[in-house]
Design a protein around this ligand. Structure first.
Ligand code: ARG
Length: 467
């Protein structure tokens, strides 16, 4: 009780251990973003140079001041890149750190840079530029992964493996066809990336705090100088919009989900029980206690990073959901989510590309597994429909009896004698054995998008012409 009274009375004591200077220090710590937004230094400087150049062009600042500002900003850029810049938490964020240094370098002219802009449109600009570049990087990384899959698919257009539904052997497919399924998935991701670049390609700068500005600025000029298609149309929306970050995170989450499914397959395929693939030493690790082990750590980590990326998307959606227009400081929390997700996604895409390029395909194991589990039962039923004119439902029933008999005899469908099969249905002839092999099964599936090697090669060609 006595303890409690003491604590309540002098509540600042609760902070005391850590914050010698009390509430002001806490404010500084919660308010500062320089710890993470220094990542935006290049975009911030680029934006300021474009802004100052436009201000001079419009006669809002003098050419002489503009030159000093541009020179100073270029000096700061070199200082930061050489690791010689001292970032200060007292100056809150990257914008004020750079502006303060500019004042030290060029004196009063520095004070003219912030004419007709606010940190609200400045941060919207910097972050948009950063996300745009990240999307462009993601596009390239996706293309690399797609290329790796196209090469493996080409190489294995005829390699038979079991296709699964419910992770139960369903029908034989080719490894090439399976690879091409991932090409479709990552191809869609890449389309989403390209659309997102188009969506965000509008310049925020000149929206100022939220209402625009009374100075005679030229937003088309800054948009062009910064490589944007055009300026944004509504200044209120511009400073309160983080859709471009949400879109990046949504795309990242979907892509990470694809990567995670692939990672899961790699983990399963590389087990002794499946044995479909062998991972290269470069993308696996040993166990510190069990000498025989080769663990698919890279795949497991890719699978796990999906959790972080999904978390970032949910975090930013939650940050934004209750905000009134226009800017609120909540939005400062957007950056770490995007930076972390971007780092995780880049790493995952690169690791996966390495794994796909390096993995050894064990065609013998795949083929053996493809033939087990009565995977050609549908081919038997289809033969009965095609050659003996049975309705599919009846053919399904007859095939079911053949599977039951094979199960009873503990053999494959192809090992049943002709007499046994004819006892189940008299229309069956020796021709049936031609469709019961996995190769025949795969070759027969020539429907558009099907698993027949020639179809798979057509899919590869289609993608190569678009890559
Ligand atoms: N560091 C801030 C952010 O990341 C910059 C914008 C500050 N704007 C303001 N009105 N306090 O959002």
């Amino acid at each position: 009780m006595a303890e409690e009274t003491k604590d309540t009375k002098s509540s600042n004591q609760m902070w005391g251990g850590r914050f010698a200077s009390g509430p002001a220090a806490i404010m500084e710590e919660i308010n500062a973003s320089i710890g993470f937004d220094k990542k935006l230094y290049a975009q911030d400087i680029r934006g300021s140079i474009a802004h100052a150049t436009m201000l001079a062009h419009q006669g809002i600042i003098s050419g002489e001041d503009k030159d000093k500002i541009v020179d100073g900003l270029n000096t700061i850029l070199s200082e930061i890149e050489a690791g010689q810049f001292e970032f200060s938490r007292k100056l809150e964020d990257i914008h004020m750190n750079i502006e303060a240094r500019l004042a030290t370098l060029i004196g009063p002219a520095a004070g003219r840079l912030h004419t007709a802009r606010s940190r609200n449109d400045q941060v919207a600009l910097d972050f948009r530029l950063w996300v745009k570049e990240e999307l462009q990087k993601t596009e390239t990384l996706l293309t690399n992964l797609i290329d790796a899959f196209l090469d493996r698919a080409q190489e294995h257009a005829e390699t038979v493996m079991p296709g699964f539904t419910h992770l139960q052997t369903a029908q034989p497919v080719t490894f090439g066809h399976h690879c091409m399924a991932y090409v479709e998935m990552f191809g869609r991701d890449r389309q989403r990336v390209r659309h997102a670049i188009e969506h965000l390609d509008e310049s925020p700068i000149g929206s100022a705090a939220l209402a625009g500005t009374g100075y005679n600025i030229d937003r088309h000029m800054t948009a062009k100088a910064l490589g944007f298609r055009e300026p944004t149309r509504n200044s209120i929306d511009t400073v309160s919009d983080r859709d471009f970050a949400l879109e990046f995170l949504s795309i990242a989450a979907i892509c990470a989900t694809h990567l995670s499914r692939l990672a899961e397959e790699i983990v399963i395929w590389s087990t002794a029980q499946f044995g479909f693939i062998r991972l290269s030493d470069a993308f696996s690790t040993g166990s510190s206690i069990m000498p025989q082990k080769k663990n698919p750590d890279a795949a497991e980590l890719v699978r796990a990073k999906t959790g972080r990326i999904n978390g970032s998307l949910i975090a930013l959606l939650t940050i934004m959901k209750g905000l009134p227009l226009a800017y609120s400081k909540d939005m400062q929390e957007d950056k770490e989510q995007v930076f972390d997700a971007a780092e995780s996604l880049e790493l995952s895409l690169a690791a996966m590309t390495g794994m796909i390029r390096d993995l050894e395909v064990r065609a013998d194991k795949m083929r053996a597994a493809a033939g087990s589990g009565y995977s050609t039962a549908t081919d038997l039923a289809d033969w009965l429909v095609r050659e003996a004119g049975l309705p599919f439902r009846d053919a399904h029933h007859v095939t079911g009896r053949a599977v039951a008999l094979a199960e009873e005899k503990a053999c494959d469908l192809a090992d049943l004698s002709l007499e046994d099969l004819q006892a189940i249905h008299p229309a069956i002839t020796a021709d049936i054995y031609n469709v019961l092999t996995v190769e025949a099964s795969v070759a027969s599936r020539k429907s558009y998008g099907g698993t027949a090697p020639d179809e798979v090669r057509k899919q590869i060609k289609w993608w190569r012409s678009r890559n």
